[in-house]
Design a protein around this ligand. Sequence first.
Ligand SMILES: Cc1cc2nc3c(=O)[nH]c(=O)nc-3n(C[C@H](O)[C@H](O)[C@H](O)COP(=O)(O)OP(=O)(O)OC[C@H]3O[C@@H](n4cnc5c(N)ncnc54)[C@H](O)[C@@H]3O)c2cc1C
Length: 478
Amino acid sequence: MVDVLVVGGGNAALCAALMAREAGASVMLLEAAPREWRGGNSQHTRNLRCMHDAPQDVLIDAYPEEEYWQDLLKVTGGLTNEHLARLVIRESSTCRDWMRRHGVNFQPPLSGALHVARTNAFFMGGGKALVNAYYRSAEALGVQIRYNAPVDALELEGGRFKAARIGDERIEARACVLAAGGFESNREWLREAWGQNERGEWPADNFLIRGTRFNMGVLLKFMLDAGADSIGDPSQSHCVAIDARAPLYDGGICTRIDCVSLGVVVNRDAVRFYDEGEDFWPKRYAIWGRLTAMQPGQIAYSIIDAKAIGRFMPPVFPGVTANTLPELAQKLGLDPVTFEQTLRDYNAACKVGTFDHTALDDCHTEGVTPAKTHWARPIDTAPFYGYALRPGITFTYLGLKVDETAAVRFNDVPSDNLFVAGEMMAGNVLGKGYTAGVGMSIGTAFGRIAGTRAAAAAAAAAAPTGKSGNPSLAKSTT
Ligand SMILES: Cc1cc2nc3c(=O)[nH]c(=O)nc-3n(C[C@H](O)[C@H](O)[C@H](O)COP(=O)(O)OP(=O)(O)OC[C@H]3O[C@@H](n4cnc5c(N)ncnc54)[C@H](O)[C@@H]3O)c2cc1C
């Protein structure tokens, strides 16, 4: 029998598998996807948000624990567990040497509108390279890897893991780590979670899924039905406004539209609905998916003029271009009269000071609702550009409740051999909102803890005297 079974094949699963193997356990990893699609949402990532008290290789200045925590507190509106959040934050300051040992390389960010050179370490070659490096390292260390292995059920006994099932196949292990993602790929579940709105629409029908098609939430559902303690609201997720032309799955990072803070955003009725300059884009980009989801038809339009060009990472596909605002409205299918009025009101309200897109500058509006509080400049220089936006779901926040041991809990009693990491428990730290790079911080911290704990639980279970694992014996990464 294998010591540790890891279910999932993304960052959290790979961190768990590597740590368990390093701790001496025999490990099998089950990835639902075929080899060419391995790596879940992690294959689409670019960076990790890292605490540091002084400049560190690719990270400039300092990003102390308190500032990181305050950022998280702000975006979640307090819907976070401070103890677990601080644990993730501290782990983010020490995990990169371990990541490097497993082949992950880092690079500074490219310039653009992202303001993250201080806070985020970028993976050389992106998440795909990170995932490939981890798989290579796992294989070299002797982790057994199976692709096309979607686990559909678990056998549990008194809160203990016994075996996983793939159809008729039964795989036993002494301990198990669940790292099978959220339910973001499951359109039926999204539809149920979002329900029907006051206009009679089913908003989730217009969502696109930015990442993998394999995170169907099968095991999350199984565990919730089995009575595992849960956390989070099923309608909360990381949801970005993305290019409406993106494919249903796996559009990835290149479908992002990063010019929102440089212009205005209007809905299908050609009216503005939120402060486009509220804060730096990495701190705000994840609210625009939800904002778009609340609009009629779940569509919005990011409008910029020639002054914005060169100040943000250009989307892969060019936007709709026009030499006049009425022409732009007509090309976007918006009512030209309302559109022109909206832009006229906004332009007239702009109090332009010293424009600086790298700071919370003093360019703002006065006398228009909603206000634009920074980077407000009239949209008056042709050519004009428009990008249609749709809600792009990154990952859902409903998950399993944990404490610092990453153990799955039933009626508040921790399992001694079943652990969870990554998106399946990210809701403990992220009740709502998001700040760029924290998803990988959570998955790396809890993947490493879960792997270590699972290895210790397996060792205890295999010991002649011990029938069950005792997590308190485990070497902790905290
Ligand atoms: C486009 C995009 C860009 C992103 N960029 C960033 C970024 O730069 N920084 C950041 O911090 N976060 C980013 N994120 C979020 C980040 O991807 C997640 O927070 C993180 O990858 C979660 O890791 P995970 O291992 O929990 O999930 P995943 O990486 O999604 O892995 C889940 C795995 O479980 C497998 N699986 C699912 N169901 C089963 C089953 N029943 N049986 C077996 N296997 C199963 C899947 O195939 C997959 O391999 C991004 C996400 C997307 C979509």
